[in-house]
Design a protein around this ligand. Structure first.
Ligand code: PEP
Ligand code: MG
Length: 568
């Protein structure tokens, strides 16, 4: 059951806590500590469940699994975007035949039902953890499924974050997708988790809901329930010792600043008129339509693989064209370009019809453009689909490949794209592409820096590993040097170089990126106004100073502080 702690822990921290900033914004309010345990008494009284046969036990399991899956599906139906996607995925995982089979095998071996469920879930967690990347992230989902199955079996209501009675700062070890998806921004002032990195579910959903959020705060669970804290989602801090007057003043200032952001109407430019193209990251027709409501000048990243996460068979080129046209159409009408990324299948985004199985190290394996080496027709058909969609809609379609490591790969890709009268580019995600950016720009028309993967490969740290969040931070000076090399190559070649990773959505970092010479920033639509307003408030020269400060900083925190100091 979800319980909220009421005791003031002996180790309650009094000094500033630090974590990874995820969603900017200030919030002040009482701490609601959420733990997600099924009541031990109910589990004890259920015991071995008293099932006479393995079939009886499996029948009880099936009933519970159906109920849990339906619960996820119902929540998915009420949610939108990323929240709906993760809930639908959890519903599918709950119905998974392999999971049921693992429970059955354990029951046959003489285990009681609860033990069999636990053993089967742990078995799957182990398999997913070994796969790494986004699959490892599914461990949180699996444990949430287990808690819900157990609750159903022992006759308790399923756990979940009950809406706080008073607006609160929700503090948890980590939050399952089902918990975060049902959060109400009005009641949840901010989210603070002990675990989780910038790409955890908590982070993704908090970003979508616009709730200030800090993850990876080591001492979060030591915060005293009911005590008041000030959360700074931009600085990544939680202050339990701030004076109430001061906190309320800061929150009010922040509210006024944020209200001003809402008024920002584009187009992207610094205060002295240096233009920066602000673009949206989209996943499908629906998110493209949402993006047309914000002041962007097109799409900088259409993640096509997200259209096919649940497809077992490759869609035909024609079917793909229908899907792509839904994204291209709205922007064609506005005369804006759309950067379509070819399938980034593999590693953290396995696609049944494309990804190789049983790779030892999928993040360093056959992913992105590398799949075309094994299955050239897959890329050909996708490019045909994109070209068809561009023709049908009259859109200005730019096409880029992910995970490109050599100039030869880029040249071959560019040739295929140009043959279809489309504009070719590649993503800079592998350090080799950043280092040789000028040579890549001899064969393609534009570059787009994927800071999420670039950070993971520069720092040799899995982008989804909770414990490595301090390394997988795009403010790492080594990552920023790669960005600077790439941007400078673009400046010299007079070709566009954008950023489409999460770094582009951070208003302070956006200043530094622009100062390095990046020509466009592409981000979740929810982040656009904050970035646009920040750039509009500073001059080009301040952005250049920000770039210098961030590049010279010893570490991410020093970089953030140095750039923030320029605003004072
Ligand atoms: C990136 O790596 O920064 C990027 C934009 O691609 P994705 O996050 O989809 O891997
Ligand atoms: Mg990437």
């Amino acid at each position: 059951m979800v319980t909220t702690t009421t005791d003031v822990g002996q180790s309650a921290p009094h000094s500033l806590l630090r974590g990874t900033p995820v969603v900017p914004g200030l919030a002040y309010g009482p701490v609601l500590v959420v733990t997600q345990e099924v009541s031990p008494e109910a589990v004890a009284s259920y015991g071995d469940g008293g099932h006479a046969t393995v079939d009886d036990a499996l029948a009880a399991y099936d009933l519970a699994a159906v109920a849990v899956a339906e619960g996820y599906a119902a929540k998915a139906a009420r949610a939108t975007g990323a929240a709906a996607e993760v809930l639908t995925a959890s519903a599918g995982l709950t119905r998974d035949k392999g999971l049921r089979q693992a429970v059955g095998t354990r029951l046959e071996g003489g285990e009681a039902l609860l033990a069999a469920v636990h053993g089967a879930v742990e078995q799957f967690v182990g398999v997913f953890a070994a796969m790494g990347g986004l699959m490892a992230e599914r461990a949180t989902d699996l444990r949430d499924i287990e808690r819900r199955l157990v609750a159903r079996l022992v006759g308790e209501p399923e756990p979940g974050v009950a809406p706080p009675e008073v607006p609160s700062v929700v503090v948890a070890s980590d939050l399952a997708p089902a918990d975060t998806a049902s959060l109400e921004p009005g009641r949840v002032l901010a989210l603070v988790t002990q675990r989780g990195g910038a790409t955890s579910h908590t982070a993704i959903i908090a970003r979508q809901l616009g709730i200030p959020c800090v993850v990876g705060v080591a001492a979060a669970l030591g915060l005293a329930a009911g005590s008041h804290v000030l959360v700074d989602g931009a600085a990544g801090t939680v202050d339990p010792a701030v004076a109430e007057d001061e906190a309320r003043r800061l929150v009010e200032e922040d509210r006024v600043r944020r209200a001003a952001l809402e008024a920002w109407a584009g187009p992207g430019a610094t205060a002295d008129g240096a233009r920066v193209t602000l673009l949206a990251n989209v996943a499908d027709g629906e998110s493209a339509r949402v993006a047309t409501d914000v002041p962007v000048e097109g799409v900088g990243l259409f993640r096509t693989e997200l259209c096919f996460l649940d497809r077992r068979e490759e869609p035909t080129a024609e079917e793909q064209a229908d899907i792509y046209a839904e994204v291209l159409g709205p922007f064609a009408a506005a005369g804006h370009h759309v950067v379509v990324r070819t399938l980034d299948a593999g590693s953290d985004k396995p696609i049944a019809f494309a990804t190789l199985e049983d790779e030892e190290n999928p993040a360093l394996g056959v992913r992105g453009l590398r799949l075309a080496e094994h299955n050239p027709q897959l890329l050909e058909r996708q490019l045909d689909g994109i070209a068809d969609a561009a023709r049908r809609t009259g859109a200005d379609a730019w096409v880029m490949a992910p995970m490109v490591a050599t100039v030869a790969e880029a040249a071959a890709f560019a040739e295929q794209v140009r043959r279809r009268d489309l504009k070719p580019g590649v993503m800079v995600e592998v350090p080799s592409a950043a280092l040789l950016a000028s040579r890549f720009l001899e064969v393609v028309d534009f570059l787009s820096i994927g800071t999420n993967d670039l950070t993971q490969y520069v720092m040799a740290a899995d982008r989804l590993a909770t414990d490595l969040a301090y390394l997988t931070d795009p403010w790492q000076p080594a990552v920023l040097h790669m960005v600077a090399i790439t941007a400078e190559a673009g400046r010299q070649a007079r070709k566009p170089v954008g950023v489409c990773g999460e770094a582009a959505a951070d208003p302070l970092l956006a200043m530094a990126l622009v100062g390095m010479g990046v020509t466009s920033l592409s981000m979740a639509p929810a982040a656009v106004r904050a970035v646009g307003a920040q750039l509009a408030a500073v001059t080009r020269a301040t952005c250049e100073e920000a770039a210098e400060a961030a590049l010279a900083a010893a570490d991410p925190r020093a970089g953030r502080e140095a750039v923030r100091a320029l605003l004072a």
